[in-house]
Design a protein around this ligand. Structure first.
Ligand code: NI
Length: 391
């Protein structure tokens, strides 16, 4: 893959310099379309306003495999001093999606050069809006991009892993990132006469404390669950008890049954605490993306391709993340595997985490990521004699 490295770096830097936020990836989509058109042999479709799908048909029937890259950037002001740093104030590729896009372009270039070697079909999904609910994946799935797909794979850059390594696991790999909003309504008044008021700040503080019981006492220590109140907004002046207080936050879990129970417990606590103190409440709970759950068989196949290409030492067991990912939408239609590509480099100071204003990636990870995609596709859709040799 060394031959493609200059292309990968050029694409990634162009994308990095011109980031666009979720649902507004117009120039990004145009750039991807123009680049793919230059390869030849790809059927390009635009099933949504932004994002696109390119199809490569091999010779004769075979598996249909989808590979997904996300293309959107984040509302973050970049603090890196790179020649190709973001040219757009307040927008940055801080989650490596510039790298994901470059890697998928690279795989499309390599594979489209020799379609006669493949049997079946590869669908390259360049997905918009991973970073913002309701997410672009759901929209693309609704538009039919997964119709007939047998397997779906995707990869995410991980600065905590050294370049040249991968992490994967079967089962849950990302959480469902739900959000909630609570309004505690009391009775406002003079701060000098608290007995004439119903203080929503004191009551909301009790609500925050009691919500900790959900993780601490209602759920098994074996279950992974996060419940964080991240917003507490109330009041206008030091001598006024306000009429209401607003809380907001996030709930993250892997298990759908546990997930379904959390808003029920939360509301019981909120109702009990507010009633006890003569206040009232509003509660809304918004489901985020489903948890990404890797299929055991497909994960085994990906692992075999990665080990075959890079050796057993390059592949480690992943740790499930409490972050969210809408790759899960594709997994409602076909078994899939979402794995991590190491992009960290301690010696060069490439260690900042995803979503950090100084996040960056070691560009040596790009050809590694391309090789991984290409290895999976050639192992799965390659010459039948090669397939039978692997079986
Ligand atoms: Ni991301």
């Amino acid at each position: 893959m060394a031959a493609i490295q200059p292309d990968l770096v050029a694409w990634r830097r162009h994308l990095h310099q011109h980031p666009e936020p979720s649902f507004a990836e117009y120039e990004t989509t145009a750039f991807i379309e123009e680049t793919l058109s230059g390869f030849g042999g790809l059927a390009i479709e635009r099933p949504a306003k932004t994002g696109l799908v390119a199809t490569l048909r091999g010779q004769g029937p075979g598996l249909v495999v989808a590979i997904r890259a996300d293309i959107d950037a984040l509302p973050i002001e970049e603090e890196n001093r790179l020649d190709f740093r973001s040219s757009r104030p307040g927008v940055m590729h801080a989650c490596g999606h510039d790298g994901h896009t470059a890697m998928l372009l690279g795989a499309a270039k390599v594979l489209s050069a020799r379609p006669e070697r493949l049997h079946g079909e590869v669908r390259f999904i360049f997905q918009h809006a991973e970073e913002q609910l309701p997410g672009g994946a759901e929209e693309l799935v609704r538009a039919g991009v997964m119709t007939g797909v047998d397997r779906v794979i995707g990869a995410h850059m991980e600065p905590g892993l050294p370049v040249g390594t991968f992490a994967l696991r079967s089962g849950p790999v990302t959480a469902s990132p739900d959000t909630f909003r609570i309004v505690v309504r009391g009775l406002g008044g003079h701060a000098a006469d608290p007995h004439r008021a119903v203080d929503p700040i004191a009551v909301a503080a009790e609500v925050v404390s009691n919500l900790q019981m959900v993780v601490a006492r209602y759920t098994s220590p074996q279950d992974a669950l996060v419940l964080s109140v991240t917003r507490f907004i109330a009041g206008t002046a030091d001598n006024i008890i306000p009429g209401s207080a607003e809380l907001g936050g996030t709930v993250r879990s892997f298990d759908p049954a546990l997930r379904a129970g959390v808003p029920v417990w939360m509301e019981r606590i909120i109702r009990g605490v507010t009633e006890a103190h003569g206040a009232s409440y509003e509660f809304s709970y918004l489901n985020g993306y489903r948890s990404v759950v890797n299929d055991e068989a497909v994960t085994g196949l990906v692992r075999r391709s990665l080990v075959g290409c890079f050796g057993a030492d390059a592949v480690v067991e992943a740790v499930p993340l409490m972050a969210g990912e809408d790759f899960s939408a594709y997994q409602t239609k076909a078994p899939g595997c979402f794995y991590q590509v190491g992009c960290g480099n301690q010696a060069e100071g490439i260690t900042f985490p995803l979503h950090h204003p100084r996040f960056t990636l070691d560009e040596a990870s790009l050809p590694v990521g391309v090789s991984a995609f290409v290895a999976c596709i050639t192992d799965w859709l390659g010459e039948p004699d090669r397939l039978s040799a692997l079986a």
